[in-house]
Design a protein around this ligand. Structure first.
Ligand code: 5RP
Length: 224
């Protein structure tokens, strides 16, 4: 069974929890993509929801799918958010930001009553930061100085895209991918990184997910 199928079954399972008449946070990434397609079908079949997208990319897909959209300003409370993750540990802590949307994803997560994370089984990890570099969004001004400070915490980081062609996020910032040798205390590192001047936000999500829906070759598994 290929990974795309595992992503699809997890994402579609999450859409079963979307209730009529609710505000839904729409995450970012190739797994959430399948949830957006399914929600589009459900909307065309009469489901009434308002989506709040976590990235320009998701906004575009949602519009193509005919999912009505709004903003946090108009809808400050989100009933349910469906989002992906790059790494998930047994305590439902996450690394996110592989799709460069971590700032908006964390803002939306903070406004959400309930968060479902959809992943394929390759994302499950014993210790965060062992299989995926932690994305940290930083402002462009003085980014080299910010990177030096961040490296004091993680050891080594790469500017995403490289110096010649750095990736620019939807918020106009850079991303550092930080190579930890494991993050056994994610809560501490999340705060430490966000304390560095120039850091906008990092991809550690602690105590935010309510349920992780995992696509595996033998079906769906849950962590909650
Ligand atoms: C985007 C994210 C994504 O949810 C995460 O990178 C997972 O993406 P995918 O489902 O494509 O593996 O955090 O910022």
């Amino acid at each position: 069974m290929n990974t795309e199928h595992l992503k699809k079954i997890a994402a579609e399972k999450a859409t079963e929890e979307v209730r009529d008449g609710t505000v839904v946070g729409l995450g970012t990434g190739s797994t959430v993509y399948y949830a957006l397609l399914k929600l589009g079908t459900m909307v065309r079949d009469g489901l009434n929801i308002i989506g709040i997208p976590t990235s320009d990319g998701t906004e575009k897909i949602a519009i193509e799918q005919g999912i009505p959209l709004s903003t946090l300003a108009s809808h400050p409370v989100i009933e349910l958010t469906i989002d992906g993750a790059d790494e998930v540990d047994a305590h439902l802590n996450l690394i996110k930001g592989g799709g460069a949307a971590l700032v908006r994803e964390k803002i939306i997560a903070n406004a959400s009553k309930r968060i479902l994370i959809v992943v394929d089984e390759s994302k499950v990890s014993r210790v965060l930061g062992t299989s995926f570099a932690l994305p940290v969004e930083i402002v462009r001004f003085g980014w080299e100085a910010t990177q030096r400070e961040v490296n004091n915490i993680c050891g080594k980081s790469d500017l995403r895209g490289g110096i010649e062609n750095p990736l620019i996020t939807d918020n106009g910032n850079y991303i550092l991918d930080c190579h930890f040798d494991g993050i056994p205390e994610p809560e501490k590192i999340e705060l430490q990184l966000n304390n560095v001047p120039g850091v906008v936000e990092n991809g550690i999500f602690v105590n935010r997910a309510d349920k992780v829906i995992i696509g595996t070759p033998t079906g769906i598994q849950y962590m909650e």
